[in-house]
Design a protein around this ligand. Sequence first.
Ligand SMILES: NC(=O)C1=CN([C@@H]2O[C@H](COP(=O)(O)OP(=O)(O)OC[C@H]3O[C@@H](n4cnc5c(N)ncnc54)[C@H](O)[C@@H]3O)[C@@H](O)[C@H]2O)C=CC1
Ligand SMILES: CC(=O)C(=O)O
Length: 312
Amino acid sequence: MAVHVNRVALIGTGFVGSSYAFALLNQGVTEELVLIDLNKEKSEGDAMDLNHGLAFAPTRTKIWYGEYEDCKNADVVVLCAGANQKPGETRLDLVAKNLKIFKSIVDRVMVSGFDGIFIVATNPVDILSYAVWKYSGLHHSRVIGSGTILDTARFRYLLGEHFGVDTRNVHAYIIGEHGDTELPVWSHADIGGSPILDSVASDKDKLEEIFVNVRDAAYQIINRKGATYYGIAMGLVRLTKAILHNESSILTVSCYLNGEYDQRDVFIGVPAVVGSDGIKKVVELKLNEMENQQFAHSANVLKETMKPFFKG
Ligand SMILES: NC(=O)C1=CN([C@@H]2O[C@H](COP(=O)(O)OP(=O)(O)OC[C@H]3O[C@@H](n4cnc5c(N)ncnc54)[C@H](O)[C@@H]3O)[C@@H](O)[C@H]2O)C=CC1
Ligand SMILES: CC(=O)C(=O)O
């Protein structure tokens, strides 16, 4: 019987893609990694550079720069290709440009015979995840956007700093658009089982300031260094692991809602159970009235932005 070899195909080896490849190699997550980019020289150079680190890696990984045909046997195709935000631009400003790029990429991946799971990181990630679902013809459970995985990690980090506890012991989610209309789910945020809102250190203004810093983190980083990539790269590795190891982990990702949270026909960030089949289940949190309104607003902004591109 043939032994299955895990393969990840990465499309787009810019700041985000190459940081993801580096983190993937360092954590020994996959047996094979193929790098694909419009700029072949860049992906060839990345493959050479990463291979030179293999002597120091925890496991053996076969890495090469390749072609779309290499997606055929991939378990996961990770999409990091496309334009990033320039200072002052929102994620939604990238929609027309990146949808066009994605149409040609997804068509070529599907022509290869690919039959695995797509992970989408390119912005605006919720709308591009919806597009990948439409363009690929795969079941929606097999398209996962990075959604608010990074925003949730930022939130947990800042809360951990404020309360003086390890970020991994903070249980709190950011949901909604990966962008300006996202929201914190304070009603389900706890540390070690104690609701954060009940804590004596929970000054309302401070908590609001923490959320604003989460929401605006990308702008703050882009103003300083032009792009963000390490945080999302590690989030994408976490997501890849959940799929390849069939973990059934709960992560805040962009997935298709079909009535959950009273929303239909939209990809948006919510907690979901992730495993080898992709999205196994959307976790439906019981939101309070204000959170419900904010979530509905966020979904509406995504739907309105998408409308001109997905008529009928
Ligand atoms: N989801 C998230 O949390 C985050 C998403 N991002 C997004 O990730 C995307 C990539 O950002 P960066 O890596 O900083 O950009 P970058 O400009 O460094 O890299 C983009 C890469 O895509 C390649 N590319 C462009 N068109 C292509 C095509 N048709 N086929 C194949 N490759 C193509 C380029 O050659 C380049 O190497 C952006 O949309 C950015 O906004 C960035 C950070 C966090
Ligand atoms: C760029 C982006 O989407 C982020 O860092 O959140």
